[in-house]
Design a binder for this molecule. Structure first.
Ligand SMILES: NC(=O)c1ccc[n+]([C@@H]2O[C@H](COP(=O)([O-])OP(=O)(O)OC[C@H]3O[C@@H](n4cnc5c(N)ncnc54)[C@H](O)[C@@H]3O)[C@@H](O)[C@H]2O)c1
Length: 357
């Protein structure tokens, strides 16, 4: 087991990472003083795979467990679902001290986290992420939210978990597309902060893709550490934390312009390369570094070229993105692998040319 410490001014917590960690849930809960009544929020798929046996183990060790299921899918990360969960928590006599265990991917983590932040003004939250994206990204850093209207994650809070229990063994049941979504975020972490980690990915990508236990543990540990260090410096996303948007400005726009036919991971992969090409055209990123990035993305099974989309529609979608500052699109560009910078000085012409390939 590896442990990442997240040190924040008000709440500090640990992220435990390892294969088979779900079996140690009781020990991890005991360490943070949890006993008695608790609630698991999950979805039917993850419940069947991992929730039911977790509930049984907890129940046979004296915990009083209520499991609440939410249907699978981003569309259920909503105020309506949260409202239903508040009622179900109340029906189960959940109190201010009753912890919520968020067992699932980023959708469950964000939704259950939002419910934990607001039910009775906040109950203890335990994140148990089961997708690669959730293990390396969404379970860390305390952003919890639901979608409302046309906007994603626009109703939410910063609410840190008491502990994160990351069982990398759960990734064995994840389908390849979902795994690749997480892999795009892993590559992103390395490019923004850690050239040595990028070299590790280059060397070990085949083992990572074949879900080798040690390689997976190392990759999740290093990615989680990078995210934790950034969050420690900028918990409320007022500065540094925005470097984690690398690949996402163009990525979100591609997702929107493709009517979500391009997945999040695919779009972020293309977005990272577009940002790299812009940086190269500005004379900042070296051509060889860009080639290394492209090679890793391709070997990861992610796309390296633009889908057939209208360039105008992509730019329009970027203008509607919330990461826009005073009408200018803000980019996170790589200076080199392991270092990025933020700029809103990319000319519309250069952007168009790079998007057009
Ligand atoms: N809070 C943050 O900082 C943050 C950061 C990035 C993304 N997000 C959010 O995360 C969400 C996306 O998360 P996601 O990519 O994990 O998607 P997801 O939660 O929808 O999970 C993807 C799919 O995998 C299934 N699944 C989960 N674990 C599994 C397992 N071990 N085996 C088999 N199937 C499994 C789920 O049921 C689902 O069908 C979005 O809502 C996004 O806004 C939040």
């Amino acid at each position: 087991m590896r442990t990442v410490q997240v040190r924040l001014s008000s709440d500090s917590y640990q992220i435990h990472i390892g294969s088979g960690l779900l079996e140690q849930t009781i020990q991890r809960l005991t360490e943070i003083g949890v006993s008695g009544k608790l609630v698991i929020i999950t979805n039917p798929l993850v419940n069947k795979l991992y929730g039911q046996s977790l509930e049984q183990t907890l129940a046979s060790n004296g915990f009083e467990v209520t499991t609440l299921e939410v249907p699978d899918g981003e569309e259920h990360k909503s105020l309506d679902t949260a409202g239903r969960l508040f009622q179900e928590l109340s029906n189960a006599y959940a109190e201010r001290t009753t912890p919520i265990l968020a067992l699932g991917g980023g959708v469950i983590g964000d939704l259950a986290g939002f419910v934990a932040a607001t039910y009775q003004r906040g109950v203890p939250l335990v994140q148990i992420p089961t997708t690669l994206l959730a293990q390396v990204d969404s379970s860390i850093g305390g952003k919890v939210a639901v979608n409302h209207g046309q906007l994603k994650n626009n109703i939410g809070a910063f609410y840190q978990p008491r502990v994160v229990i990351t069982d990398t063994g759960t990734l064995k049941t994840l389908d390849t597309g979902e795994f690749n979504n997480g892999l795009a975020e892993v590559i992103k972490s390395a490019v923004v902060r850690d050239a040595e980690f990028f070299a590790f990915i280059e060397e070990n990508l085949d083992n990572i893709k074949s879900l080798d236990t040690d390689a997976l543990e190392e990759v999740v540990f290093r990615s989680a550490k990078i995210k934790a260090e950034i969050v420690e410096k900028d918990e409320k996303d007022l500065g540094l934390r925005s470097i984690l948007n690398y690949g996402h400005t163009v990525g979100h726009a591609i997702e929107t312009a493709s009517d979500f036919k391009t997945t999040h991971g695919e779009a972020v992969a293309i977005g990272m390369l577009v940002a790299g090409r812009i940086s190269q055209r500005l004379g900042i990123m070296d051509k060889n570094e860009l080639s290394r990035l492209k090679a890793v993305i391709a070997r990861a099974g992610l796309p390296t070229s633009m889908p057939e989309l209208n360039t105008e529609r992509i730019i329009e979608a970027m203008r509607h993105d919330k990461k826009i500052a005073q009408g200018k699109i803000r980019f996170v560009l790589p200076r080199k692998i392991g270092e990025v910078f933020i700029t809103d000085e990319v000319s519309p012409r250069l952007l168009e040319e790079v998007l057009a390939g």
